[in-house]
Design a binder for this molecule. Structure first.
Ligand code: BGC
Length: 767
């Protein structure tokens, strides 16, 4: 390969999405065209046809046996263009439940199955790598992309991601775990500099990635847009070489996020092997850097070897003839099941649910315009979304037609007003913003209560790439109209002895404490993918007993979160030099911006439970239609000797079959280093237990599970002293505890010294 060809493989071949002209102009300004030579342009035009709608393609050189790699989004399913000019055939993909739903199942076997199905669509539609899973920590409830991520907890995140990667890759296609790392907000994501302690990095923000790399070896990793401790992640040798490769043993290649970072030379040196989506200017720059002696060509060779190692495994290289006909029907069944398993029952007074009713009055605009998933690159082009109305009809529950018509007319009128989002990404990617809620009058509520067996009310929220949510009414908080609707409808139905169920069709956390005790039941349905309406009805009718539990805390108010004073950061003096930016993404403004992770390791329940802050619903919480007894909690030894096993018999003590998620938390000594009150170190889910049936779950705890990250020595250490294993049904509902001791201070693992903060950081401590 000559230098030019090397540069052309390392730098992607451009932005391929079918863009409206106004946006396309930003990517392909006409005046820049002449620096692309014709042979290259012909190749690019050719590979464009491989998979319309895929996010990126690497160059191919058939004469050198180098094939293109087709990279397509993720993470809720494969994102491609559903139709092609001049063709009758459609290319719809399955919209699986958003990652937050998948995490709430706490069922890694199920996530593996979802991954298997998703990966089959990747293979059969002709992609090589799925740009998924997203696995940033849900640091703050308002991150606009939380729906694409799993949890506030790194263990849940890592285990879910590993299961997903293993499932997708079982098809012989790759994944790209993203966005590595600390991409915990959308506000100024291209320029934000996050200052985070090395301990919080290792224990919270990197831990999930570490688990996924070690347990699943994803083919690729996607570095993030942001900076951490002063350096763009895609230019950080500490992150991409010392930590990812040397400490964890990652064997694949790293690609940038689309337009991430600013200096291709620094990226190459850091170990960011592929630049996406890539521009001709970057190809030129790379060659010039080698010729001018700023970059050793050997660095490029090393990065190419990593790219080729993955390429050799890829379907395109092997000449796989994709069918374009994945079994969408079978996958619809999997998504329906996965969504029911991840829905969380928050309230259920006097066994309101499950119900057996013939008709219902359905309130809330979102009931009529159900949301399958969030917006942006994580949005899938599915053939259909089962709304709540269709779900009810499939479940033989009649809905009040008069009310339905009133809502449908109202929604049409509101949509015609055309209140459009001004976020270019939302516009570009067709995000769905729920219309403002309709006022429900007392007379309407009373009329419905007289003739219908029950009321269902849906509250909807949506968010997505390019923007964060806000702690205001209509977003984190309910509006007065929404609260009024819940109150008015509940009063009217209660007055005639009938019940009310609220369904939350949301992608992230909202405020619940001020209203959730008003109705009789509250089901957190999340955004359940294209079968969402069917999944909700499966739960409401008891066809499936809910077994989902929260993988993120619901605080009482936004001001109770540990991040409310620091999220999403603030503008700083100075300018980001956009002249240097050759990524073709200069239209996405880089505002000088910084954020300080002052809560440090106290993210999510680690904060609430350590500082005794009351919450609306704790991490790990979720109700069932049955109840479980925890018997015989025991450990196999009193002193740790490299391992300890804790086990519990879970008994279904109720009257219907069900599954239980069991969580194991660690309370560790804090003589030398402070510790959160409790940290999740393992979890498991029972099979479907019949009434009276029991199952023993065992958890093997290893030395690393006891360890915290000691910055002074760059090592994972476990203090000698008394520990406690807490076995619970949620982080606040501990069923039993077992003590054990660690006789000696143990250095579990020494790792690279890396990623030191360069700005002063005042971290939260217990003292
Ligand atoms: C997103 C990534 C995505 C990529 C390609 C970026 O803007 O942050 O998650 O994979 O675009 O579409």
């Amino acid at each position: 390969m000559n230098l030019e060809q090397k540069a052309q493989v390392l730098i992607g071949t451009g932005m391929f999405m079918d863009l409206p002209d106004s946006v396309a102009k930003l990517f392909f300004p006409e005046e820049k065209k002449e620096i692309i030579d014709t042979a290259y342009q012909q190749m690019v035009d050719h590979i464009r046809t491989y998979l319309p709608g895929a996010a990126g393609f690497s160059a191919e050189f058939p004469e050198l046996n180098i094939s293109s790699q087709v990279l397509a989004d993720g993470p809720a399913g494969l994102r491609i263009q559903p139709t092609r000019k001049g063709e009758d055939q459609t290319y719809y993909c399955t919209a699986f439940p958003i990652a937050t739903v998948l995490a709430s199942t706490w069922d890694t076997d199920l996530i593996y199955k979802v991954g298997q199905a998703m990966g089959n669509e990747v293979l059969e539609y002709g992609a090589d790598v799925l740009l998924a899973p997203g696995m940033n920590i849900q640091r703050d409830p308002l991150c606009g992309r939380n729906f694409e991520y799993y949890s506030e907890d790194p263990l849940v995140t890592g285990k879910m991601a590993a299961a997903m990667v293993n499932g997708v890759q079982s098809n012989g296609v790759g994944t790209s775990i993203k966005h590595f790392a600390v991409n915990n907000q959308e506000t100024n994501r291209l320029s934000v500099d996050a200052t985070v302690s090395q301990r919080a990095l290792r224990e919270i923000y990197l831990k999930g990635f570490e688990i996924a790399v070690k347990d699943a070896q994803p083919w690729t990793v996607m570095s993030s847009y942001n900076k951490v401790n002063g350096t763009y992640t895609s230019e950080s040798h500490d992150l991409l070489t010392k930590i990812l490769r040397n400490d964890w043993g990652f064997e694949g290649y790293v690609m940038t996020d689309w337009g991430g970072g600013s200096d291709v030379v620094a990226q190459m040196k850091a170990g960011n092997d592929m630049i996406m989506p890539g521009t001709p200017e970057q190809i030129e720059r790379l060659q010039a850097a080698v010729k001018e002696g700023q970059l050793d060509e050997k660095v490029l060779d090393q990065n190419l070897i990593r790219i080729f190692t993955v390429m050799f495994k890829s379907p395109k290289f092997k000449g796989y003839q994709n069918s374009n006909k994945p079994d969408l029907k079978a996958h619809a069944q999997i998504t329906r099941q996965a969504a029911t398993e991840g829905m969380v029952l928050l309230e259920n007074k006097e066994n309101t649910l499950p119900f057996s009713i013939a008709n219902a009055a359905v309130f809330g605009t979102t009931s009529y315009d159900f949301i399958a998933g969030g917006t942006g690159s994580g949005d899938v082009n599915e053939a259909y979304t089962v709304s709540l109305m269709e779900g009810l009809s499939n479940g033989n529950i009649a809905v009040n037609e008069e009310l339905a018509t009133t809502y449908e007319d109202y929604i049409k009128k509101e949509q015609a007003k055309g209140e459009k989002s001004d976020n270019w990404l939302t516009v570009l990617m067709g995000g769905k913003v729920p219309v403002a809620e309709m006022e429900v009058s007392t007379s309407l509520a009373k009329k419905m209560a007289a003739t219908n067996e029950m009321a269902l009310i849906t509250i909807g929220r949506n968010s997505g790439e390019g923007g964060d949510r806000e702690p205001v009414e209509g977003d984190f908080y309910l509006t007065a109209t929404e609260k009024g609707m819940i109150k008015t409808v509940t009063d009217a139905f209660h007055a005639v002895g009938k019940k009310v169920v609220v369904i939350l069709n949301v992608g992230g956390v909202i405020e619940t404490a001020s209203w959730s005790k008003i109705p009789d039941a509250v089901l957190l349905a999340w955004q359940g993918g294209q079968e969402g309406g069917n999944s909700v009805v499966d739960i409401l009718t008891g066809k499936v007993n809910p077994s989902g539990k929260l993988a993120i805390t619901f605080p009482v108010s936004y001001d109770d979160t540990p991040t409310h004073t620091t999220f999403p950061g603030h503008e700083i003096e100075g300018e980001v030099d956009e002249a240097e930016d050759l990524s073709g993404f200069s239209f996405m403004k880089r505002v000088p911006w910084e954020v300080f992770h002052e809560e440090d390791i106290y993210v999510g329940y680690r904060y609430y439970n350590t500082f005794d802050v009351p919450v609306a619903y704790p991490f790990g919480y979720g109700l069932s239609y049955t109840s479980f007894k925890y018997d015989n909690i025991k450990t196999d030894k009193d002193a740790f000797d490299g391992k300890i096993t804790v086990s519990v018999d879970v008994v279904n003590a109720g009257e219907v079959a069900g599954k239980e998620v069991v969580q194991v938390y660690l309370h560790a000594p804090s003589e030398k280093m402070e510790k959160p009150e409790a940290t999740l170190i393992d979890f498991g889910k029972t099979g479907l237990l019949q009434p009276g049936e029991s199952q023993t779950l065992s958890f093997e705890i290893e030395a690393k599970d006891l360890a915290s990250f000691d910055t002074a020595t760059s090592s994972w250490v476990a203090e000698d002293g008394d520990y406690q294993l807490l076995v619970g049904s949620s982080s606040l509902d501990i069923k039993g505890a077992k003590d054990f001791s660690l006789p000696e201070f143990t250095v579990v693992e020494k790792v690279s010294e890396a990623m030191k903060p360069i700005k002063e950081l005042n971290i939260l401590t217990k003292k």
